[in-house]
Design a protein around this ligand. Structure first.
Ligand code: TRP
Length: 340
């Protein structure tokens, strides 16, 4: 069996960075028909570990993320889309896995460590936050996931999950693989791993305000492209320009399938005689080709939020059934299935 599980924290609308970094790949995996089951989780409980005082933000973004999923082409007939907090089995698994992990190991998790510094949690780390890698191990193992397509920043989470799986199987398995050890599936294209923001900063991120969102209108996208960071030394059209750090060209590399045209444009730009406005217009046409169908699908579903919530409800019920089967296997292995 080949099973995918992955997900996102619902703390904002999804942007082009999410699209090239993961969404687009997920849709491809979905349509490859190489997987027996695909689970896509809206990780609201994990989002609450550092947004517990702002539950409204998390609630609002459940629908936003679901709409972005559907817009990007995830199909609920092929991918089970569900809400983490509504699958109680995940929390039960988390509790049992907690026994298998030390506090110092959690504190050494590089992603957790970086986030603790970023959020100034050093003085007092919420226990829920410190333990989120354990809950992530529950998310993954509860579905017998073999394949977890995520960004590079999630590598430490997968390592920790694999450790938990090994330890669990070692202690409770009696020579059997009760839990499945998952593989990480990383994006292969370098640019797609980390798309810069329109301001040229290393990362497209909501907090930096440098995003193009999947739900942005054609006009909004055009405006953002106009504002895009290019080459400050390229003043007159005839001046030779630089493509290194020039976001317009970085985006062309990430989004334009016509590699030859992009190579010609780069050459022309560096030689001098190609204006930024022209390159930006071209980028706009490239992005719109991708965004128009996404926007259309998104708008269609946006008109029927009840239907989208219903889709999530059905997905969540299906996810729960699967997680319950795995939990029952886990409890049997742990010798705590007293009433069976
Ligand atoms: N940590 C992931 C993120 O921040 C979201 C997530 C939660 C996840 N549980 C998961 C991803 C399980 C993959 C598998 O984007």
């Amino acid at each position: 069996m080949k099973i995918i599980l992955t997900g996102d924290r619902p703390t904002g609308k999804l942007h082009l960075g999410h699209y090239v970094g993961s969404l687009c790949e997920r849709v491809k995996l979905q349509n490859s028909n190489q997987f027996d089951e695909i689970y896509i989780m809206i990780a609201d409980a994990q989002a609450l570990t550092d947004n517990f005082s702002n539950p409204e933000l998390v609630r609002e973004n459940i629908l936003n993320v679901a709409l972005d999923y559907l817009g990007a082409g995830l199909d609920p007939k092929k991918s089970t889309i569900f809400i983490q907090s509504q699958v109680a089995e995940l929390f039960e698994l988390t509790a049992y896995y907690m026994n298998l992990v030390t506090v110092s190991r959690l504190e050494r998790n590089p992603t957790v460590k970086a986030e603790i510094a970023l959020k100034n949690f050093e003085a007092s780390i919420p226990a829920g936050f410190l333990c989120y890698p354990i809950s992530q191990a529950a998310d993954i193992t509860a579905f017998d996931a073999t394949t977890v397509p995520v960004g590079e920043d999630q590598t430490p989470m997968l390592e920790q999950t694999r450790e938990i799986v090994r330890k669990f199987n070692d202690i409770y398995g009696n020579g059997e693989q009760i839990l499945i050890e998952p593989d990480i599936l990383l994006p292969t294209n370098e640019i797609c791993k980390r798309l810069p923001g329109i301001d040229g900063k290393a990362k497209m991120s909501k907090s930096l305000g440098n995003c193009i969102y999947l739900c942005d209108s054609c006009d909004e996208v055009a405006k953002k492209i106009q504002m895009m960071y290019t080459d400050p030394t390229h003043i007159k059209v005839s001046d030779p320009g630089h493509i290194e750090g020039n976001v317009v060209f970085t985006y062309l590399d990430a989004f334009c399938k016509d590699v030859e045209t992009v190579a010609d444009m780069k050459e022309h730009y560096q030689r001098g005689g190609l204006g930024d406005v022209k390159v930006k217009k071209f980028l706009q046409s490239v992005l719109e080709e991708i965004l128009i169908p996404i926007r259309q699908r998104r708008n269609q579903f946006e008109n029927d939020p009840t239907e989208v919530m219903n889709m999530l409800k059905i997905g969540t019920e299906k996810a729960r059934e699967k997680a319950a089967q795995v939990l029952s296997r886990v409890k049997h292995a742990m010798r705590i299935d007293y009433f069976k």
